[in-house]
Design a protein around this ligand. Structure first.
Ligand SMILES: [Ca+2]
Ligand SMILES: [Ca+2]
Length: 259
């Protein structure tokens, strides 16, 4: 009998829909005159996002820092992970990516346990953020399990190094800031496998004896096929898959979701 467990519990969520800005407990600071604002155009989801002016009609430099309240992260089990995610959207002009956003400016996403010492989670400079850029919504998802059983702050820092002025303003927007616990889906104690652990990043599998493992997309395309006689990790993107595990006289077929 296959045993499966799957839970996801939200610890923190902010969608910037409330007209209070910054939202309760957040801070909006920095050396730049223009800070983060609640944006109702170029929105990522719903009616509003948080945005920062990245091309501006008034010439200025400095940083603008949007910071969450203190967030308490619990201890987690060994099959669980703490996920931090948010969505962003680069500025657009008339529905296309605003190429004026190419500059020497930088955006950093950072985490801290004390509000003083910060570790970079994301650093976007003029190359990493703008290469093949468009103005579609994109998700960033990171595993911050290392911060379990502590309190953290997360902040978005826009560092404006560009002193030129533009004909009109343009914004970088973020939305749907989420922190939650994702429990792995765990299959255990079958004839042929000791366990199979499914996380956001792929499948970890330990067979009880040599087996043949095949993975298919939901439309039937085989994307993995291998004989497995020890613990393996198969990295997978988000999506639905079918896994087939075969030994001499046993066949197990399971539909799995990487979320
Ligand atoms: Ca929103
Ligand atoms: Ca500037």
């Amino acid at each position: 009998m296959l045993l499966s467990i799957l839970t996801q519990m939200a610890i923190f969520y902010e969608d910037f829909e409330s007209t209070n800005f910054p939202p309760s407990g957040w801070t909006n600071s920095g050396t730049r005159n223009t800070k983060w604002v609640r944006r109702t155009s170029g929105v990522v989801f719903g009616n509003a996002s948080a945005g920062v002016q990245v091309a501006q009609t008034a010439s200025e430099t400095g940083d603008a820092i949007l910071q969450t309240p203190q967030i308490n992260l619990p201890s987690i089990g060994q099959n669980d992970s703490i996920i931090f995610s948010f969505y962003y959207r680069l500025p657009s002009v008339g529905g296309s990516f605003d190429t004026r956003f190419k500059s020497t400016d930088t955006i950093k996403v950072q985490i801290s346990t004390d509000g003083n010492n910060w570790n970079n989670l994301v650093v976007w400079d003029s190359t990493t953020l703008y290469t093949n850029a468009n103005n579609q919504s994109k998700k960033v998802q990171l595993d911050i399990s290392a911060y379990q059983n502590s309190s953290v702050y997360i902040r978005w820092v826009f560092i404006d190094n560009t002193s030129s002025t533009d004909a009109y303003n343009s914004y970088f927007n973020i939305d749907s800031v989420f922190i939650g616990i994702k429990a792995s889906k765990l299959y255990e104690n079958t004839k042929i496998i000791s366990y199979m652990r499914i996380s956001s990043f792929g499948i970890e599998l330990l067979p009880n004896k040599p087996i043949s493992v095949s993975l298919y997309t939901v439309d039937g395309k085989k994307i993995y096929n291998s004989n497995v006689d020890r613990k393996v990790f198969i990295p997978l993107r988000r999506g639905l898959y079918v896994i087939e595990m075969k030994s001499n006289n046993t066949l197990k077929r399971e539909k799995i979701a990487i979320e």
